[in-house]
Write a protein that binds this ligand. Structure first.
Ligand SMILES: [Zn+2]
Length: 163
């Protein structure tokens, strides 16, 4: 029997009579009726045999299934640990932020504090013009000058006070 793909080959068996006639199985693996096999348009495609490597790989996957499952458990455990640690870290960050809020921020520069103490100015009455409203030495000087001017104004009777 001729196979259109493989030329002259041996007929293995003829079985399964159909409307078109007996189906011939050729030694190359192709099959079809005599009419089909003579037809140049007919593709005597053999049934796709399963690739033996597929079964081999499936067996390997099955053999490693326990290992894969164990590793997935380990990964899940580690993910849980990481999430727990991240939660702890977030809690610590909140504690740090709360503690930082409690730390009193210096309201005056050391020079301003020293000068205020030297000339007897109350720092709580001085408006700071430095970074974040910090009181600088010039602020203390200005406050002292303003206080002196106020004191002078109080000593002299102003027109408003007189009337
Ligand atoms: Zn063939």
């Amino acid at each position: 029997m001729n196979c259109l793909r493989h030329g002259e080959v041996q007929l293995l068996s003829t079985v399964n009579n159909t409307v078109q006639g007996a189906i011939h199985y050729l030694s190359c693996g192709c099959f079809g009726t005599a009419e089909q096999l003579r037809d140049p348009q007919y593709d005597p495609k053999p049934p796709a045999a399963p690739d033996p490597r597929v079964g081999e790989l499936e067996a390997q996957v099955a053999a490693h299934a326990d290992t894969i499952a164990a590793h997935e458990d380990t990964i899940a455990t580690h993910v849980a640990t990481v999430e727990e640690l991240q939660a702890q870290l977030a809690a610590k960050d909140e504690q740090i932020a709360a503690l930082q809020a409690q730390v009193p921020q210096p309201v005056a520069t050391p020079a301003a504090e020293a000068h205020a103490e030297a000339i007897g100015v109350d720092l709580t009455q001085v408006e700071g013009t430095g970074v974040d409203g910090k009181i600088t030495k010039p602020d203390v000087v200005a406050a002292a000058e303003a206080a002196t001017a106020d004191a002078g104004a109080t000593d002299t009777t102003t027109p408003e006070q007189a009337s």
